[in-house]
Design a binder for this molecule. Structure first.
Ligand SMILES: Nc1ncnc2c1ncn2[C@@H]1O[C@H](COP(=O)(O)OP(=O)(O)OP(=O)(O)O)[C@@H](O)[C@H]1O
Ligand SMILES: Nc1ncnc2c1ncn2[C@@H]1O[C@H](COP(=O)(O)OP(=O)(O)OP(=O)(O)O)[C@@H](O)[C@H]1O
Ligand SMILES: [Mg+2]
Ligand SMILES: [Mg+2]
Lengths: 254, 254
């Protein structure tokens, strides 16, 4: 069973948009995932119509009160399960500071009850390699890296690649990584340059599917929907369906 | 002399793009600022052609070795001064954890040598309210909040507004805040909805100038340039010039 951290420390590259719509695409392909929202901004939770729940529910209950993860699962309107986040989660960084053991809490907490379901687990991360994201990376064996088609985002991949290599040495294992280009604008030369540079540097790690810039992807979260329920005929829906198919076919979720 | 934190914990909303191009616009208006890069991603430094400097220079030298800020200033190609960042800066969060005193280091470090120059100080922040950003906020009396014209970014302002109120109560002083809409796309209904909602909620705090989606703004950092040196006739250059004029006229930099 695959545990996938969706991470890039560059902000606003489409981590949440990718988690939301990949989860919806997988559900439509009869492989509904479990999503964990590990970003205190709780944007994935919001897009699933879960506003800051009653205090003490969601991921913060796991970190603070050691509530088993399987007891924190909630349904989303589109049929997959989520453990939501809340602003309180930002206190976890302060709570544990640089305590190395704190970074393994999630890995230890993946109880058999959660993993026995056979569903892929997608973790939406915040744009910072702190205690929360470290928990996601130590609990995962794969990393999906959204990169928006602009220069600063490309720069960020370079640093992320370096950070993952350091982690791999420490853990004595290798991450399967996939890079997916987001906000690709076919009218802009820059988009093609960024995609080519990524292919040059990272080769087969780069998904063939590119997610194009599409208004429906920016709008659907406002209605508490994924792009398939909001605008099934949109280019955004077609792109995320193609991404799910490409990753399923390559065994990324096995 | 104004100290301005450019912050929004939502990632990818145009904090760095705004710092870079506002600094260039102010320089052209004969009010060259000093910029402090407080983001370990060091994207503002990169856009000014400063790659990770020799270890121990830049902001990390201030936090680690207490080197006076005025000794760390460097020239940028467009004529204003910067104290650059580096990846090492990300260790500051771990170094100081939740030590409340650590958050006041920058405020205490603003030596007369730096402030006597009369130049406005712009601080580019990372997308996380940790020790580094807390340093920026405690050293500032104004906050410039870029908000990209999309729903998740709008949501973030709500939470940021709450966090600033808490900080204001603790400090016993009020921040002058300005919100600037970025990546405004005149072809998208969503852009107008976001701008209207911001005006409804935050009134006069919202700048009249909107920064439109413009390829030159995404491309100029790739060439180590601000938008004025890269494409002076572009809509991006015109928008940031208008923003600088609006903020200068309202005394935001006094
Ligand atoms: N393909 C796309 N087309 C149009 N808009 C997009 C696309 N992908 C993302 N966006 C928009 O860009 C914004 C940033 O995306 P998103 O919030 O998913 O990024 P993120 O990496 O999760 O950000 P953060 O670093 O804050 O967690 C979103 O508000 C979304 O509206
Ligand atoms: N008005 C604009 N038009 C087109 N592209 C833009 C505009 N503003 C920002 N961008 C692009 O969006 C990306 C994100 O902007 P930027 O990096 O400045 O945001 P940020 O808030 O500093 O991100 P982070 O949270 O990672 O620090 C940039 O790579 C830039 O290319
Ligand atoms: Mg996100
Ligand atoms: Mg930035």
């Amino acid at each position: 069973m695959a545990v996938i951290a969706v991470f890039n420390q560059k902000g606003g590259v489409g981590k949440t948009t990718t988690c939301l719509n990949l989860a919806a695409a997988l559900t439509r392909a009869k492989r509904p995932p479990i999503t964990l929202d590990l970003d205190p901004q709780a944007h994935l939770s919001l897009a699933c119509r879960i506003r800051d729940g009653a205090l003490g529910t969601g991921m913060v209950a796991f970190f603070k009160n050691k509530t088993p993860l399987s007891q924190l699962l909630r349904d989303t309107p589109s049929g997959w399960k989520i453990i939501p986040s809340s602003l309180e989660l930002s206190k976890v960084d302060a709570l544990y500071g640089s305590d190395a053991k704190a970074a393994t809490l999630l890995r230890q907490g993946l109880d058999p009850d959660l993993t026995a379901r056979g569903a892929p687990i997608l973790i939406d991360c915040c744009p910072m390699l702190g205690v929360l994201t470290l928990n996601a990376l130590l609990a995962s064996d794969r990393v999906l890296i959204p990169v928006s088609a602009d220069f600063l985002s490309l720069e960020g991949v370079h640093k992320l690649d370096g950070a993952l290599r350091v982690l791999e040495k420490k853990l004595g294992r290798i991450y399967r990584q996939r890079i997916v280009v987001t906000r690709f604008d076919p009218r802009r030369k820059l988009s093609y340059e960024i995609y080519e540079k990524l292919k040059e540097r990272y080769g087969a790690r780069v998904c063939n599917t590119r997610i194009c810039e599409n208004a429906a992807l920016a709008t659907s979260p406002m209605h508490g929907q994924d792009v398939f329920s909001y605008a099934e005929q949109s280019a955004g829906a077609a792109d995320y369906k193609a991404l799910a198919q490409e990753l399923l076919a390559s065994g990324f979720f096995e």
